[in-house]
Design a protein around this ligand. Structure first.
Ligand SMILES: Nc1ncnc2c1ncn2[C@@H]1O[C@H](COP(=O)(O)OP(=O)(O)OP(=O)(O)O)[C@@H](O)[C@H]1O
Ligand SMILES: [Mg+2]
Length: 634
């Protein structure tokens, strides 16, 4: 009995401790208030605890062994009090628990409603838009797809989900990247970043259509992309519109360009025709004919520099670079500048005493100056002053690298400044764009400064502009200085070297050029056989076994120059080849060197002296070699 009494004491103490702990916990957790949904359950569980505790108290049992632990009254009263407190606390806690749940339930309902609405919203968007959306997992299986995608692929939702994306989109058994196409999805899986590609598809009726594909990471696990969302957009119509726009812009540009140069060419052709008619006059003396021929050469030179500028503009032209003095060019053009600017404008030149030498194509530098001067003149319709200045400049190493300049100790700096209308920042940003002009139609082509830019770049120089609206503009041009000295005017360029009856095959498709070269070669002692295309060249070569040199135009109809010369070389490996080309392009030179041994290249325009001298040089080499060989034999 005593042991049972002691046990009950322990139970009673434990019970008191538990109640105290529960109270303390409730108090603490209520203050912390971070258990939220658990709150309700906590109160309810505690409420039940107190209620069961209250119901288990037996009032009839007087707990005799416990009487000494109670402070007040008899044990029955204590039991009643405990029961009342237990029921009261239990009910209060249950009620509290219930009320804690009420807002939670409301919150839950609100969240569920918001979720439902958001899902419906995205579903509605995805099914209303024209873009196809698909979600793809790591194994390239479709997890979900929207209406637009299903319609374009011509499949039902159930037919698409779970299938490989390439099987549904391309009816292919291999992933796109294995078929050589760029795969946006693979890219996103690998890099974790969005990616865009453009795919060309062929529709069932055989017409091509273009699909722009964008992929974005959709879900991740431990930083790895687990699924990707792919957005597919048919951009065929957009591309067609862009192509049409580009085409019409190109046509407009060609129209402007043609308009601009037609006028100059017309003058040139009129002058050439006029002088040629004068020569043809029966009674024109040799002296007169020579004088007219001089004039023809002068205007033809202009035509030559015009086409050269156009080629420079298209970045295909050749530069005839040599050491030249910047001051000399400016001084040499001062008369022309004065004519260009007119009487209203004052022209001031401020040139360095020391000569500045640069490696440049004289004609092109003149072109730059002429364009800058004529722009400056246009900017000053009411007159003003144009200043041309030369100076030396030093440039930093980084600057040289960044702007891809030819490294040099010093640079020649030419500045052309005016007091004209100036430019706002928007105009200034676009002036080097081809066809950008603010001048009325027929007045400006917008090619002037883009040519200037092209020429400066080809010379490994640098150009910049400063301009203020209403105040004026200043153009700065830097060219690397050279230490090479100018070559004196070589008389030999005027000398025409003759032939000794050697037979030459001349293949050129342009009738006029072919006739000119044929006349020139025949007049200077060569036997010439001609062809007007690649096939004919090979045929003519087969018919003449004593041809020593083939002069072949690089671009010709039917069979191009390179192909024709390869066949000719097969027939006779000893024959020499001289190619003629409209452009000097590193690729052409490389191609020729790769394909044909010891072939030479001459770029157009091919004037008689250049042709004759080159032909002589090639044939003499041949002779020297042959004599060396025969020396060795003896
Ligand atoms: N010195 C300048 N002052 C003010 N604006 C200029 C000056 N130089 C060029 N511009 C602006 O840059 C534009 C482009 O010049 P650019 O020389 O390329 O073509 P353009 O002069 O309009 O035509 P084109 O050279 O064929 O006659 C000009 O239309 C003009 O708006
Ligand atoms: Mg201009």
């Amino acid at each position: 009995m005593k042991e049972t009494g002691q046990f009950e004491v322990y139970v009673e103490v434990l019970r008191a401790v538990i109640i105290a702990v529960i109270f303390l916990f409730l108090l603490w957790s209520d203050r912390k208030n971070d258990l939220k949904s658990w709150d309700g359950w906590r109160y309810i569980l505690n409420g039940f605890f107190f209620l069961t505790f209250a119901t288990t108290i037996d009032i009839t049992d007087n707990y005799p062994s416990l009487s000494k632990f109670y402070i007040i009254g008899p044990t029955v009263l204590e039991a009643i009090l405990e029961k009342i407190v237990g029921y009261l606390l239990g009910s209060i806690l249950l009620a509290l628990g219930f009320f804690k749940f009420v807002p939670l339930i409301a919150d839950y309902r609100r969240e569920a409603e918001a979720r439902r609405k958001a899902e419906e919203f995205s579903k509605n968007i995805l099914s209303s838009v024209d873009e196809g959306f698909i979600i793809i997992d790591e194994n390239y299986r479709i997890l979900s797809a929207n209406r637009a995608f299903l319609e374009s692929a011509g499949v039902e939702f159930t037919e698409a989900v779970g299938k490989k994306c390439y099987a549904v989109s391309h009816h292919s058994e291999k992933p796109c990247y294995e078929s050589g196409e760029e795969c946006a999805v693979m890219h996103t899986f690998q890099t974790g970043k969005p990616h865009n590609v453009l795919h060309k598809h062929i529709s069932s009726d055989g017409s091509p259509y273009y699909v722009e594909i964008k992929s974005y990471p959709f879900s991740r696990e431990n930083g790895r992309v687990k699924s990707v969302i792919e957005v597919l957009n048919d951009v065929t119509e957009k591309r067609q519109l862009e192509e049409q726009l580009a085409h019409s812009q190109k046509l407009e540009a060609v129209g402007q360009l043609a308009g601009g140069i037609a006028h100059d060419f017309n003058n040139i052709v009129t002058a050439i025709m006029g002088y040629a008619k004068l020569i043809k006059k029966k009674n024109a003396s040799i002296e007169e004919a020579k004088k007219y021929a001089e004039q023809i050469l002068l205007v033809a030179e202009k035509a030559n520099s015009l086409t050269k500028s156009l080629l420079i503009f298209s970045r295909k032209g050749t530069l005839e670079v040599m050491p030249i003095s910047v001051n000399d060019i400016i001084l040499g053009m001062s008369e022309l500048f004065r004519v260009v600017v007119g009487r209203k404008i004052e022209l001031e030149t401020d040139l360095l005493d020391e000569d500045i030498m640069i490696m440049a194509d004289k004609g092109q530098i003149e072109q730059i100056l002429l364009n800058l001067i004529s722009n400056a003149k246009d900017a000053m319709p009411k007159g003003g002053k144009i200043k041309i200045k030369t100076a030396f400049a030093k440039l930093g190493e980084t600057f040289i690298k960044v702007h891809n300049l030819e490294p040099a100790e010093r640079y020649a700096l030419i500045t052309v400044s005016d007091e004209g209308e100036g430019m706002d920042d928007e105009t200034k940003a676009r002036i080097f764009e081809p066809f950008f002009t603010t001048k009325p139609v027929g007045k400006g082509t917008g090619l002037g400064l883009s040519m200037v830019y092209g020429i400066v770049k080809q010379h490994k120089g640098y150009i910049k502009v400063e301009s203020k609206k209403g105040i004026g503009s200043k153009f700065y041009i830097y060219f690397p200085e050279t230490n090479e000295m100018p070559i004196g005017m070589d008389d030999s360029t005027d000398k025409f070297f003759s032939g000794n009856g050697e037979k030459i095959l001349l293949a050129e498709d342009d009738n006029h050029i072919r006739r000119l070269m044929e006349n020139c070669l025949t007049d200077y002692g060569y036997k010439v056989v001609v062809a007007s295309n690649g096939n004919e060249a090979v045929k003519v070569f087969c018919e003449n076994d004593d041809i020593e040199l083939a002069v072949i135009d690089y671009i010709m109809p039917e069979k191009d120059g390179l192909e024709a010369s390869k066949e000719i070389k097969k027939i006779n490996p000893n024959v020499k080849i001289l190619f003629l080309s409209g452009f000097s392009d590193n690729n052409i030179e490389r191609e020729i060197n790769d394909e044909i041994k010891n072939a030479e290249l001459l770029t157009k325009p091919i004037l008689p002296e250049r042709l004759l001298n080159k032909v002589r040089e090639i044939l003499s080499k041949e002779k020297e070699l042959t004599s060396l060989d025969s020396d060795k034999l003896h």
